[in-house]
Design a protein around this ligand. Structure first.
Ligand SMILES: [Zn+2]
Length: 96
């Protein structure tokens, strides 16, 4: 569970792979774009919950586990927002 949480917290930076394929910084899939949004955090939390369920973390309900994975993923964008470099964070992507 802890290891999956760590992966959730760094996963939003998978968008840097897009630089290699010509995706620009300000694009939908660009850095600090969709992968740093709250919707992406929700999707990743759901996938992480599915991955964690077979291990059945004792004492934690599915709702708490989902919230833990969601906050771990969303914390990445929140920490980005506390910096003064680059563009802002697209928290509400795909909405403008
Ligand atoms: Zn990032």
């Amino acid at each position: 569970m802890w290891a999956i949480g760590v992966v959730c917290s760094i996963l939003p930076d998978v968008d840097v792979v897009g630089f290699r394929f010509g995706i620009r910084y300000g694009d939908f899939w660009g850095h600090r774009g969709f992968t740093h949004s709250l919707l992406f955090a929700g999707v990743i939390a759901t996938l992480a919950l599915v991955a964690e369920l077979p291990r059945a973390s004792p004492g934690l309900s599915r709702g708490w586990l989902w919230l833990y994975f969601f906050l771990a993923t969303a914390s990445h964008g929140i920490l980005h927002a506390m910096t003064n470099g680059g563009l802002g964070v697209a928290f509400f992507s795909p909405f403008d």
